[in-house]
Design a protein around this ligand. Structure first.
Ligand code: ACO
Length: 441
């Protein structure tokens, strides 16, 4: 079996052998291909990283063509069926599922970091009452960097382990405080006797009751949602986490950057957009017209399509089943019928079939969140809570990888060649000339 790629440079007629490893050639090998000694060598050009592996990773495996997703080798559906979120978090961070003793220790560790410094609350109070919870989350994560200057010791394994526990422990508390701030409700402190998802529900929804008892079906549904969202290999926000982390910035500011990337409507912000889209569509009769406008390029069908999955997103399949369980408790979300109709029509339409556009994880998650009582603009925060674990696993792996350096892509410069400086008095005439206005005009 060939283990090399042979390239012939037609400019020089020279041949090059490039080793193929794990189905890839190293882009740096291309630099040897030069016209002459003064030539920089060939670059690979790949806007938006469509065909570039930026790292070797042992965390998450996706086969987008076959709809497969595994964390550390374990299929996502088995983890969703049998594990708790903190078990999965341990798996992602350490590489192995915990024993019962390890899980107890890990759970105690994480829950001992759920509190926020009181000054954080004051800081959060400064946000306007209608501030988007993602804006609050991004800013508060960055602000935590100032509370934990020890987090800058990114080369120290003990410090790294501590920051990982702090961030996994604190992110639900920040998310819940952001929500309560918006409603003007008093903040609810963590209840460490509850599980990770149950405690989050309590911090969100507890009112005057002495103790909040989460509904077990809803608590388990949220736990599964957290598991499904925990990591997704080199997605936009994980790439930002690695990129910021590669400058050796601390994980609080790096995860603030990752959360900012998640906020965008093409990434984690899509779950919020799906609900807005379904409300816009309004009724079943309007679905075909809406799909037609998508096909005309007037808008995108939110919650559809994926850079990697060219098959049904395996997470969306699990979510459809979870939706039924949740709706048995909360009552059926009336938008579900609209979502099912959108999916039915889209999956039969050649526009979507030919482009391999299927529902992604965001298509059904918003309907479940809404039925559980979460406001629409909190949906992306619900994504960020579990994804924090994935970001941290990716960050740690990047720091421990000897091959990684500061992330710094190249560019193909397509701007002006050297040109003479124009003094300010001459610029108006130049602008007119550029716009084709006659000099006297
Ligand atoms: N609706 C309509 N057409 C679509 C959609 C969509 N949701 N997604 C892709 N297409 C079309 C594109 O217009 C393009 O068509 P063309 O070949 O005629 O130009 C073709 O399908 C290929 O799409 P790309 O944009 O090249 O795919 P890319 O991998 O760059 O984008 C993305 C992936 C951003 C997820 C895209 O599918 C999209 O915008 N989806 C809607 C937003 C969304 O749901 N995002 C959540 C993703 S999952 C997550 O981040 C957790």
């Amino acid at each position: 079996m060939a283990t090399t790629l042979t390239i012939t440079d037609q400019r020089t007629k020279r041949g090059y052998e490039m080793p193929i490893r794990d189905g890839a050639i190293r882009a740096m090998e291309l630099r040897a291909i030069k016209e002459d000694a003064s030539d920089f060598g060939i670059l690979s050009y790949d806007p938006a990283f469509l065909n570039t592996a930026s790292c070797r990773s042992a965390i998450t495996f996706i086969d987008g063509g076959r709809g497969i997703l595994r964390y550390r080798g374990y299929p996502i559906d088995e983890l969703a069926k049998h594990s708790s979120f903190l078990e999965v978090a341990y798996l992602l961070i350490t590489g192995e599922l915990p024993t019962a003793t390890e899980l107890d220790g890990w759970t105690a560790d994480i829950t001992s970091h759920t509190m926020l410094h009181e000054n954080t609350k004051k800081f959060m109070d400064g946000f306007h009452h209608d501030a988007h919870p993602m804006g609050i989350l991004v800013s508060t994560l960055a602000a935590l960097s100032t509370f934990y200057p020890d987090a800058r010791q990114v080369g120290d394994p003990e410090s790294r382990a501590l920051q990982i526990r702090r961030l996994i422990g604190k992110v639900p508390t920040i998310a819940a405080f952001a929500y309560r701030h918006r409603l003007g409700y008093p903040y609810v402190y963590p209840d460490n006797d509850l599980g990770y998802a149950g405690n989050f529900l309590a911090m969100m929804f507890r009112m005057r009751e002495a103790r909040y008892e989460p509904d077990p079906v809803l608590e388990r549904a949220l736990e599964v949602l957290f598991i499904l969202h925990a990591d997704h290999e080199q997605n936009c926000s994980a790439n930002v986490m690695r990129s910021i982390g590669s400058s050796l910035a601390d994980p609080f500011v790096a995860s603030a950057g990752a959360a900012a990337a998640l906020y965008g409507p093409l990434h984690g912000g899509a779950n919020e957009q799906v609900l807005r889209m379904l409300r816009d569509i309004g009724d079943l009769r309007s679905v075909p017209r809406y799909i037609e406008s998508v096909k005309q390029g007037e808008r995108k069908l939110m919650g559809f399509g994926h850079r990697v999955y060219k098959e049904y997103d395996p997470r969306a399949k699990i979510l459809k089943a979870i939706a039924d369980q949740v709706f048995e408790v909360t009552g059926r979300n009336p938008l579900l019928d609209l979502a099912l109709e959108v999916e039915r029509i889209a999956l039969e339409d050649p526009y979507f079939v030919d482009r391999h556009l299927y529902p992604n994880v965001d298509f059904y998650s918003g309907l479940i969140y809404e039925a559980m009582g979460f406001p629409t603009d909190a949906f992306t925060v619900l994504f960020a809570i579990p994804r924090m674990t994935g970001w941290l696993a990716q960050w740690q792996e990047m720091l421990l990888d000897d091959e990684q350096k500061i992330a710094r892509p190249r560019q193909l410069y397509v701007g002006h060649d050297r040109r003479p400086y124009v003094p300010i008095a001459g610029r108006a005439a130049m602008t007119r000339e550029r716009q084709g206005v006659p000099m006297g005009g």
